[in-house]
Design a binder for this molecule. Structure first.
Ligand code: AMP
Ligand code: GLY
Length: 424
């Protein structure tokens, strides 16, 4: 089988490495991929948002199965275009990807179908939003409606900050057209859990839970990033909570999307907060999370490609989706200065005794050398029988990866470990 994966980050590298384990696979293409993936996939210089070129490539190269991983091409309709050209795909249609593409849509969906989430108001007029903020409960959360590279959320501790957020998003357009509409919502507190789920619109199968570490610096300080590390499973996510989420959130969401004629097929990401009033949805993503995928897929014992094909064929109920009882920890190694300003072009070397999983994101190949090319350069994932061991092993392995200006958090998994030890 010839498979192609659209995207270029650590998530895509993890997907590619897992798909490669299927003996039926003869060729994997990454569009565009990155230099660090070159031993695992054939790199094709087509951008992830260039839907006509992606479709043409798939047709001309007789691709048997396509996986569209990032949010942008999904929201722009890559799966619709590929499907119309006769290519079988994993990923939601444009109509379903709106669950991530528009926060106004997803918030309204949750309200209409009584899926627990933070209380909210939607505004398309800055003046009205500012008036509302005169009396709104503080702290509050201001969100751009559309995609904003994970940066469109501003937590305002004061009324002034909230008003500034509205002005920057709606008037100054710091997130472009993504800020034409905004959501202002209730500030919730509680542990966060990421749950990725396979769904074909009929069946929903949650994967092992995980915990992201979004802030740049240790102890959750510094700016929000694309994610500095992850652990799985997430110890806050007990069996009782999992059952409650299935009944009150996962199944109702799948049903709601069907009722709206927006059947979701692919990986649906539930960003949850476990509040004192029960689990609530913070956000939906229409795709695998990054870097959640880098800890979830190494724990998947079943064949990823078989599951993805079952989703595409709407027979997920027949597929085996089994996770090992192990734990995983992923430490992201970034360029110093990320997420603001950083230098690139440094050579990446890996000691020969490195024996964890290595997923490249911001890497390029030049004259036979692997060089840094982005903020998040790579992720190191260790899988062990306990979380404690997985964390130690991941950090041991990080010491075996070298590039100038490397930066990583030293406390990935520390909070999860404290929960397991009963300290939280
Ligand atoms: P998002 O981009 O929607 O994942 O939001 C980024 C982060 O902002 C989340 O992971 C939460 O930590 C935080 N956040 C978003 N919405 C809320 C909320 N209503 N209350 C508290 N924190 C929130
Ligand atoms: N890790 C969060 C995301 O993928 O959006």
């Amino acid at each position: 089988m010839k498979v192609m994966v659209v995207g270029s980050g650590g998530r895509e590298h993890a997907i590619i490495k897992k798909i490669k384990q299927n003996p039926k696979v003869t060729e994997i293409y990454a569009l565009p991929g990155n230099g660090g993936m070159k031993d695992d996939a054939t790199l094709v210089n087509i951008g992830a948002k260039d839907i006509p070129a992606i479709t043409e490539f798939a047709v001309n190269n007789n691709i048997d199965f396509a996986v569209v991983a990032p949010d942008d091409p999904l929201v722009l309709g890559a799966v619709d275009s590929l499907t119309a050209a006769g290519i079988k795909c994993f990923g939601p249609s444009k109509a379903a990807a709106i669950i991530e593409g528009s926060k106004a849509f997803s918030k309204q969906l949750m309200k209409d179908y009584k899926i627990p989430t933070a209380d909210f108001r939607i505004f398309n007029d800055a003046q009205k939003a500012l008036e509302y903020l005169e009396t709104a409960p503080i702290p509050t959360v201001v969100k751009a409606d559309g995609l904003a590279l994970g940066k469109g959320v501003i937590i305002a501790e004061t009324r002034e900050q909230a008003k500034d957020a509205v002005k920057s998003i709606m008037n100054d357009k710091i997130f472009g057209d993504s800020g034409n509409n905004i959501v202002i919502e209730e500030f919730l507190t509680g542990p966060e859990v990421s749950v990725l789920a396979f769904t074909d619109g009929k069946t929903v199968v949650p994967m092992v839970s995980s915990m992201d570490h979004k802030r740049a610096l240790d102890n959750d300080k510094g700016l929000n990033t694309g994610g500095m590390g992850t652990v799985a499973p997430n110890p806050y996510y007990t069996e009782k909570t999992a059952k409650e989420c299935m009944e009150k959130i996962f199944i109702p969401t799948i049903n709601a999307m069907n009722a709206e004629n927006r059947t979701f097929k692919g990986c649906l990401y539930f960003g949850l907060m476990l509040t004192e009033n029960g689990p609530k949805v913070i956000e939906y993503n229409c795709r695998f999370g990054d870097p959640e995928t880098q800890v979830v897929l190494p724990l998947l014992e079943s064949d990823l490609l078989d599951i993805m094909i079952a989703v595409a064929d709407e027979r997920l109920s027949e597929a085996e989706v089994k996770f090992s009882g192990n734990s995983a920890c992923c430490v992201v190694m970034a360029s110093n200065g990320y997420p603001v300003k950083y230098d690139t072009g440094y050579e990446i070397t890996v000691d020969s005794d490195f024996d964890s999983n290595l997923y490249f994101a911001g890497a390029k190949c030049e004259n036979g050398k692997l060089l840094t090319s982005g903020g998040r350069v790579l992720g190191v994932t260790a899988v062990e029988s306990t979380l404690n061991k997985a964390i130690s092993k991941a950090y041991e392995s990080v010491e075996k990866v070298h590039f100038e200006n490397a930066f990583y958090r030293k406390d990935i998994g520390a909070k999860a470990l404290a929960v397991l030890k009963g300290e939280n």
